[in-house]
Design a protein around this ligand. Structure first.
Ligand SMILES: [Zn+2]
Length: 273
């Protein structure tokens, strides 16, 4: 099974049949679909209401099995807790956050993350350089996410291996792994989403470091493509899958771990059976 942990929804054609066909062509069996963006990212003019954004992602998830709807939330909005409740009541499997205007440890955001953790849902964060045309990348450096150590029971992933701060991302992962034992009452677990991010010339280096650093990453790394449901590019996704498979084979990653990276780890992240 191959799952794509990072599929956006853009404006444009809404042909679920085409999307399902493209997934099949790429050899992908499902994945995480991210709702349209909140105002802090999309700009107020282009932002739909929480209800509309939820409906949109749920609509796309009917394209096939193994599609998990994530609601993109601005955790600093005054009604963020209400949005969490609404999203959970509609069957949302997880949440997406891009820290474009706040730090991961913003107290308003931490309150929202705690509610998400209590609802048993994971959070997929953007991390690394952010191409939004604004001075926002400092919010997204991996070490800033240490603030999440205090969010009891949270399951979260940093996307893009935090490129270009991949070493920092791996080090932060090591810290969270250690904290699972040091502070086992908190149970905060970090995942890494390998969505590029990393341009091809950095890929081998980043994956080699991630899989040979010596930390136990076998159950906590998953693949993603950053494609759009509206124009899912099967050839592009297939190329990344093949590139990653070749690198993982070359550096001697066990078959069982490779299978985890392309499927099982994402299922564990979203708590799917
Ligand atoms: Zn993305």
């Amino acid at each position: 099974m191959i799952l794509d942990g990072h599929i956006h929804i853009d404006s444009g054609p809404e042909e679920r049949g085409d999307f399902a066909r493209q997934l099949r062509e790429a050899g992908v069996d499902g994945g995480i679909l991210l709702s349209p963006a909140p105002a802090c990212f999309a700009g107020a003019i282009h932002t739909a209401s929480p209800q509309e954004r939820l409906e949109k992602v749920l609509f796309w998830c009917e394209a096939g099995p193994n599609l998990y709807p994530f609601y993109w939330i601005d955790p600093t909005e005054t009604d963020a807790l209400k949005q969490v409740d609404l999203a959970v009541s509609k069957g949302i499997a997880g949440f997406k956050v891009i820290c474009s205007t706040h730090d991961p440890g913003d107290p308003r955001a931490l309150r929202t993350y705690q509610a998400i953790a209590e609802a048993g849902r994971p959070i997929l964060f953007h991390s690394g350089i952010l191409w939004d045309g604004k001075p926002s990348s400092p919010h997204n450096r991996p070490a800033n996410f240490e603030a999440l150590l205090d969010v009891k029971g949270l399951r979260f992933a940093l996307a893009h291996i935090s490129w270009p701060w991949t070493d920092e991302c791996i080090a932060v992962y090591g810290k969270f792994q250690a904290a699972l034992h040091q502070r086992d009452d908190l149970g905060v677990e970090m995942f890494i989403d390998t969505t590029p991010g990393t341009p091809p010339i950095y890929r081998r280096d980043a994956l080699t470091r991630l899989f040979t650093v010596g930390y136990d990453v076998s159950c906590n790394v998953f693949f993603g493509s950053d494609n759009h449901a509206n124009d899912y590019n099967a050839a592009y996704v297939h190329e990344w899958i093949e590139r990653d498979r070749a690198i993982l084979a070359e550096i001697g990653v066990e078959e069982a771990t490779v299978a985890n990276v392309f499927g099982e780890n994402l299922k564990r992240f979203v708590n799917a059976s």
